[in-house]
Design a protein around this ligand. Structure first.
Ligand SMILES: NC(=O)c1ccc[n+]([C@@H]2O[C@H](COP(=O)([O-])OP(=O)(O)OC[C@H]3O[C@@H](n4cnc5c(N)ncnc54)[C@H](O)[C@@H]3O)[C@@H](O)[C@H]2O)c1
Length: 343
């Protein structure tokens, strides 16, 4: 069993990963700024003897925080295009400098394995279909450019004693305790369930590869347990060839399970971000196979909404709205607070 540090443990992927890794018998420390709260972890995890909660910023982590871990996994940071566009300097500071600081601190602490959560969005405007790990990245946003820059820096610092693996996830879907209703399947399912309408933006023909959140965790686990020779300085696309969809096809899948839904094509400029990705490498090298498909994800979200497990009005499920709120709170505090208090 391993001693694992997960940075970004309070997030959409992180909360699912913590749960699965604890269930597998590992010890887990969840480092996060917990911008979405610690309650998303749930009391069972917080009270688990093998779980340690560490409220810390990746920009301030030192090697002392990371001593004794077998693996450090980096899921932390601003996690989508529009949030990263809000304040490019903040994005650079958290996603690039924070990500590099975490890795360098892990290396200094003598941690032997580091896994970075990158994204298929690095391919941006895919010139061809079936993009492989060898295809040239073509990032179209601050978010994706940050991923490419961190990947490059991590490749530079990797050595025999510090094994770095870069996992480029497809767009994730499915249930999480820190639910994200800003991801394509999740938001379309919510809109169809709540409003009986889905708006397709950006033309609808843009390609998006998809992967279930539990299958992302599975890929990290395989990479973590694989022999170093298989994963050192390697990039893997995480997903499956069958789950490359065009956005209008995703809307039709949701309609299939919620037939009263009206799919509305909004007249719009074509979305520049389009990428159809090849997932042969992870299948071949790590024997990876996705256990879930898009219909499973849509079904479980519908069920969770029907049973009140998910609160469709929880503003924390809209990533950018929540960060806008936190930035506003920060401005208000700066203007009104005395000795850290308003009242
Ligand atoms: N969800 C997806 O579709 C997807 C796809 C590809 C890649 N990724 C990447 O996977 C990672 C996790 O994504 P997610 O969907 O769980 O996002 P998320 O926003 O739910 O989680 C990110 C976590 O990072 C924390 N965080 C933010 N800034 C921090 C800081 N300065 N210090 C410490 N913690 C900080 C937040 O509090 C949050 O809990 C991200 O790097 C994201 O870019 C996600």
């Amino acid at each position: 069993m391993k001693n694992i540090m997960i940075a970004g443990a309070g997030g959409y992927i992180g909360t699912v990963m913590v749960e699965q890794f604890l269930a597998a018998g590992h010890s887990v420390t969840g480092l996060d700024r917990y911008y979405f709260g610690t309650d998303t972890l749930g009391t069972e995890i917080i009270n688990n003897q093998r779980f340690t909660l560490l409220k810390k910023d990746i920009r301030e982590v030192t090697s002392d925080d990371l001593k004794g871990f077998d693996v450090v996994i980096d899921l932390a940071g601003l996690s989508n295009d529009p949030t990263c566009d809000l304040k490019p300097n903040l994005t650079y500071s958290i996603n690039f400098k924070g990500g590099v600081n975490l890795a360098e601190s892990a290396q200094k602490a003598g941690v032997s394995r580091f896994i970075y959560s990158s994204s298929c969005s690095v391919y941006g405007l895919g010139a061809s279909t079936s993009l492989t790990e060898a295809s040239e990245p073509n990032p179209q946003s601050y978010y994706a450019k940050g991923k490419v820059d961190v990947e490059n820096r991590l490749r530079e610092i990797a050595d025999d004693k510090f094994c770095v693996t870069l996992l480029r996830n497809a767009t994730v879907y499915g249930l999480s305790k820190r639910m994200r209703f800003d991801l394509v399947i999740n938001i379309m399912t919510l809109k169809a369930w709540k409003d009986k309408r889905i708006f397709v933006l950006g033309g609808g023909k843009q390609w998006r590869p998809l992967v279930h959140v539990k299958d992302v965790v599975k890929a990290f686990e395989l990479a973590m347990n694989a022999p170093q020779t298989k994963v050192a300085s390697q990039v893997f696309n995480v997903g499956s060839n069958e789950q490359n969809y065009q956005v209008f096809q995703i809307a039709n899948l949701v309609k299939e399970l919620l037939p009263q839904t009206e799919v509305i094509q909004v007249p719009d400029d074509p979305d520049k971000r389009t990428y159809n990705v090849n997932f042969d490498k992870i299948k071949k090298e790590l024997n990876y196979q996705a256990d879930f498909n898009a219909r499973d994800g849509i079904r479980e979200i519908i069920e969770a909404l029907n049973y009140g497990v998910l609160d469709p009005e929880d503003s924390r499920t809209r990533t950018i709205e929540h960060y806008k709120f936190l930035l506003k709170v920060e401005d208000t505090m700066a203007e009104l607070a005395k000795n850290g208090r308003i009242f």
